[in-house]
Design a protein around this ligand. Structure first.
Ligand code: NAP
Length: 486
């Protein structure tokens, strides 16, 4: 039997999930935790991304912790800056900052003698439980375009926006038309001298009314936070139902999205040549669905041009496409996405017997129910492989995963468990079930996207997001190798 004692918990990352885990520990009366954050502030992706037009395309009433409503949203689709402010307020009001070691990068974590030894750039610490909350769209993907380094003007990735560059009188080249590129175009189109949008693959775009909230609404929720609950419940149900069902099974929901996107394009873009350029050759939702009420309007503004010829190379003056045209620009923005398979990497995670996570993931990242890995006892990953992401709000996903980790932490605190890691068998079965379900999803219907993994299958949760919640609700202890003493 292990001895009952409050476990020490290390959390890596002070973004939305890391803060969530920290609050769950606090609520359980556990104060013995440390959050490592390599940057100087909380917020994760909402701290790193500051590009013009940044917002979240999930309705704001649903983009907050279920237990910490935000009265301050100004709009239906929350601007990035407001999300960052919200996360800062959460950290302040919950007194989390004293637990966070800012400016501290975790370089490695090794499971040794029943504890996690965490190495940072300033030393080593030991924990009973390690929770990784590093996010999955953290490492910018640099487009491997020949001559990229030779460009003479300012050039930066969308997640590292250079605000010292004044864009108004500039000719801007924007590479990429994912959720990020579309938001940048929607904001900058018509506001800069020239905007050349280099589109490799057209996107389906669903319009969504981005209503402004009244001061009265904000004031009311500030005074009576409980009034935020019905909005949360409404959007939670709607988003998980409509965005949840359409991708996983053919039917009316899927047809609805495709029809709405097609109609949106047809009604918004009158010019046939432009419309043809903007028409994708795959089903709506195969790539992550883009939500924008302004994209088509902005892309038709004076000075905006969609370049759909493939990029051949970059040279000091601009971008050369395969038809030989040099598109001269002053600034180059790479909205080329992220390495979605990085997860905790480049950090080195070493489990029992010296096995590294890199070795276990040689054929692609996988986990037991998205959260734990065989051979890595007391390691819990938030937003791990095959989490329900796509067009869902990630906040409730983080809450469910943190609750699951808490269940095990409570067992350790009570002395019933010393360590737990999923068995190879249970993890294999789970991943085989996922693989069997994936081909039926829309994400595998014939488009290229960042969801697609090494094996050609999407790395997402192939069932309704409600099932993820069910899978995490009650841990199946038989699926774990549990030790009761070190
Ligand atoms: P992304 O979806 O991966 O899009 C990257 C874009 O860059 C694509 O258009 C891609 O073209 C293009 N690209 C990549 N390499 C290229 C190359 N060598 N030459 C030309 N084009 C190239 O990345 P993202 O737009 O940053 O979005 C990533 C994810 O972040 C989203 O899917 C979403 O989950 C999240 N996000 C969410 C929100 C929100 O509102 N909730 C907002 C922004 C981002 P192809 O399509 O041909 O690959």
């Amino acid at each position: 039997m292990a001895t009952a004692a409050t476990p020490r918990v290390g959390i890596i990352g002070a973004g939305m999930s890391g803060l969530c885990m920290a609050m769950k520990l606090q609520d359980a009366g556990i104060d013995s935790f440390v959050v490592y954050e390599q940057a100087a502030d909380v917020g994760g992706t909402w701290r790193d991304n500051t590009y013009p037009g940044l917002h979240c395309d999930i309705p704001s009433p649903f983009y907050s912790y279920s237990f910490f409503p935000n009265s301050e949203w100004s709009r239906m689709l929350p601007p990035g800056g407001e999300i960052q402010q919200y996360l800062r307020r959460v950290a302040d009001e919950r007194g989390l900052r004293r637990h966070i070691r800012f400016g501290t990068e975790v370089t490695a974590a090794r499971y040794c003698d029943g504890r996690w030894r965490v190495s940072t750039d300033s030393g080593e610490d030991e924990y009973d439980v390690l929770v990784t909350a590093t996010g999955f769209l953290r490492v910018p993907r640099v487009a491997e375009i020949p001559g990229r380094e030779s460009f003479a003007g300012p050039a930066f990735h969308s997640a590292r926006w250079d605000h010292s560059v004044d864009l108004r009188d500039k000719r801007i080249g924007l590479i990429g038309t994912g959720s990020t590129g579309v938001q940048i175009v929607a904001e900058l189109g018509g506001k800069v001298t020239q905007l050349k949008v280099f589109q490799r693959t057209a996107q389906w775009v669903l319009p969504f009314p981005n209503l402004r909230f009244t001061r009265l609404r904000r004031e009311t929720i500030r005074r009576f936070p409980a009034l935020a609950r019905p909005g949360y419940a409404f959007w939670s149900r709607l988003i998980s139902t409509i965005y949840g069902r359409a991708p996983i099974q053919p039917g009316p929901a899927r047809t609805y999205f495709h029809t709405m996107c097609r109609l949106n394009l047809r009604l918004s873009v009158r010019d046939r040549t432009l419309r043809r350029k903007l028409t994708p050759d795959y089903q709506a939702m195969c790539k992550r669905l883009i939500i924008s009420g302004h994209y088509y309007r902005s892309i038709q503004k004076p000075g905006v041009e969609v370049v759909s010829d493939a990029i051949d190379h970059i040279e000091p003056r601009g971008v050369v496409t395969t038809d030989g045209t040099l598109h001269e620009v002053d600034v180059l923005v790479f909205a080329t996405g992220f390495d979605a398979r990085a997860y905790v990497r480049p950090m080195s995670i070493v489990g029992e017997n010296g096995t590294t996570l890199d070795e276990v993931w040689a054929d692609g990242p996988h986990a037991y129910r998205s959260i734990a890995v065989p051979g890595f006892p007391n390691l819990f990953m938030l937003m791990g492989p095959h989490s329900p992401i796509a067009n869902q709000s990630l906040v409730p996903v983080a809450e469910d995963q943190a609750d699951y980790a808490m269940w095990w932490i409570e067992q350790i605190r009570a002395g019933r468990v010393a360590s737990a890691a999923p068995t190879e068998g249970a993890t294999k079965t789970y991943n085989e079930d996922i693989k069997a379900a994936l081909p039926q999803t829309i994400w595998a219907s014939g488009c290229n996207s960042w969801y697609i993994g090494k094996d050609g299958l999407p790395e997402v949760f192939p069932w309704h997001p409600g099932r993820h919640r069910e899978l995490l609700r009650g841990p199946v202890v038989a699926d774990f190798e549990v030790r009761t003493g070190h």
